[in-house]
Design a protein around this ligand. Sequence first.
Ligand SMILES: Cc1cc2nc3c(=O)[nH]c(=O)nc-3n(C[C@H](O)[C@H](O)[C@H](O)COP(=O)(O)OP(=O)(O)OC[C@H]3O[C@@H](n4cnc5c(N)ncnc54)[C@H](O)[C@@H]3O)c2cc1C
Length: 162
Amino acid sequence: MTVDPRDYRATMGLFATGVTVITASDGQQIRGMTANSLTSVSLDPLLLLVCVDRKARMAPVISAATQFAVNILRADQEAIARHFAGRPQPDLDIPMIELAGAPVLRDSLATLVCARDRILDGGDHLIVLGRVLALRRAPEGEPLLYFAGAYRHLAEVSPALA
Ligand SMILES: Cc1cc2nc3c(=O)[nH]c(=O)nc-3n(C[C@H](O)[C@H](O)[C@H](O)COP(=O)(O)OP(=O)(O)OC[C@H]3O[C@@H](n4cnc5c(N)ncnc54)[C@H](O)[C@@H]3O)c2cc1C
């Protein structure tokens, strides 16, 4: 049975995720890229992975960077997600700061700064493993979600159904 890549994509799109912006610098430029391929890999050592399209402008930057960051977006940061997914949003203010040696979004739900550990072959993507060096969490806030090709928000569950 042959699986059509478009069917595969649509089916994987039913796996609801949060939304992140990966940020990295190769010493020449700082780049950001929207990504939802984030996976927690290991607690000992602390490892996570993100998958980066080999054709993305982020690919050579994260490959050259010693550190990178995963910025988990808040529900009200959809414009930032769109911007870093290649749909520039006019007049959008995106302040960045440095955290533990990596460029990060100043505002997010949470941030993980990683040392680039290994890059593995993932077909047309790079599997980038990061060793977690530093963490930051906002005291409150809800996540931006992605499901079936659209941005979503958490729905309140009725106490009667909980
Ligand atoms: C929900 C979602 C999840 C995704 N998950 C993944 C994934 O896991 N892996 C993957 O490879 N692709 C993923 N993509 C696709 C990816 O986000 C886009 O293909 C993206 O455009 C690729 O970026 P690029 O590195 O090629 O650079 P570009 O498309 O050139 O850059 C992306 C955008 O970021 C802006 N930008 C970059 N750096 C800066 C900066 N320093 N300051 C201000 N703006 C800047 C650019 O102006 C541009 O608008 C996802 C897309 C969406 C919508």
